[in-house]
Structure formats: structure tokens, C-alpha cells
Ligand binder design. Sequence first.
Ligand code: SF4
Length: 240
Amino acid sequence: MDLVVFQKGFNYAQDGRGNRLIYHIRGCNLHCPWCSNPEGMDFSETGRISAEELVEEAVRSKPLFFDGGGVTFTGGECTCRFDALKEALARLRERNIGTAIETNGTSPRLPEIFPLVDELIMDCKHYDSAIHREVTGLGNEQILANLAAAAKQHPDLLIRIPLIGGFNAGEDDGVHFAELFRAIGAQSARIELLLYHEYGKEKWRQLGKEYTVRDAFVSEETRKQLEKRLLDSGFQVVRT
Ligand code: SF4
């Protein structure tokens, strides 16, 4: 089965532990207006590679996976090519290579691959489904169900909230996120708040697409306040 890769490269501890080979899988079922990889949102077939071939490539990089590193699949949305992703994860497992995925959490099949993923990184963009739908194109019901399943079943879950001013970074939002994490039993997960950035803005322009996000920067002080709210509510807050 084939994956479609639009970008790959190494990074250290940004998308999973240690030194990792990161595969960006083409295609995403959401359309977040702040997406920093808009060139990978489409479902074209440029960059096709079989799961087997990809894993052989990763095996050749094995000496570089130091400090607990391995392979991370991100996107786009890596679960949109679910069967090929599952095959690649299983093959990496067979070759004793550490696995991580970074996912928007929308796949109804996500729990199927929990046993194949060492570190599970899941986005949580908004607690309110109507707002989530309005901004990203899809409601959050499946995401919340998957977060709850992951919190219960996965031993190494990192939940990431991209803080976007005017969308999810107000004081009330902090209260609602804490309520949500309590409801899904996320006490053993790590939670990370990421500041909005505009790394993708120029790419949107180059693609001839309008970048519609305005005034969305969030101050470090606001992030600290929101982190404190989560810490005070008994959650583990991290910065990776
Ligand atoms: S889920 Fe991620 S990859 Fe997909 S549009 Fe949103 S930010 Fe971009």
C-alpha cells in the first residue's frame, strides 16, 4: 500500500522524542486557516511511495535515531491514508524502530493503530463542535471520542492545543479546555500549548490562496496563564 509524502527530514524532539525522521503525508480532511503546511493539504499523488519502500529507507537511517528517536508521521493528516500508514507502522515495529504520529484525531479508526504507535500526538483545537466545524470544516465529535479513547488506552499521549487568538485562547477557553480534559480523563496525558505563528503565511500566498487569519498572535503571558489553569486543575503541562 502507498503513502504520499510531500516533505521529509530530521528534527530533534519537536515531533516526538529524540532524533527523528519526520514524514509529512499529503492530504488533510480539515482546512484550518492557519495551517503551516498548506502545500500538503491537497490529495494529489505527487510523492507516492510504498509503505515497504518507506520503511526500508527509514531502516537505513536507523543509526541516526539517537536519544530514543525513530520515525514520526505527520501531515497533512497521516491517517487519511490509513491502511498504508498502519502497514508502515507495523513494518517499523518489526524492524525495532520507534514510532510516533501527529494527528488531528478525526479518523474513526484511530484506536486500531494505538498498539503500533509509541508516542501519540493529538491535536485538540477546540472544545465546541460548532466552532470547530465553522473554522476547520468538521465538527469535533470524533476527535473527542478518540481523545477519550487515547487517554484511557494509550500510555504515551501528548495533546497539543495550537493557541489561536480570537478562536481558543481566551480565559474562558482555558476553563472549557480544563473541563473537557477532566471529562475525558486526560490526567495521565501530557498537554502542550503552542503559540500561533505565521510560518505558513507566505506559502498560502505562493499557492494563490488567501491567508484569512488576522490578529491571532497570543502573548507568552496568556500562554502561561492558560498553562497555570491546566496545572491547577491537575493536568501535566509540557513544552517540547
Ligand atoms: S489539521 Fe493540521 S494539516 Fe490539516 S489543515 Fe489543520 S493544521 Fe493543516
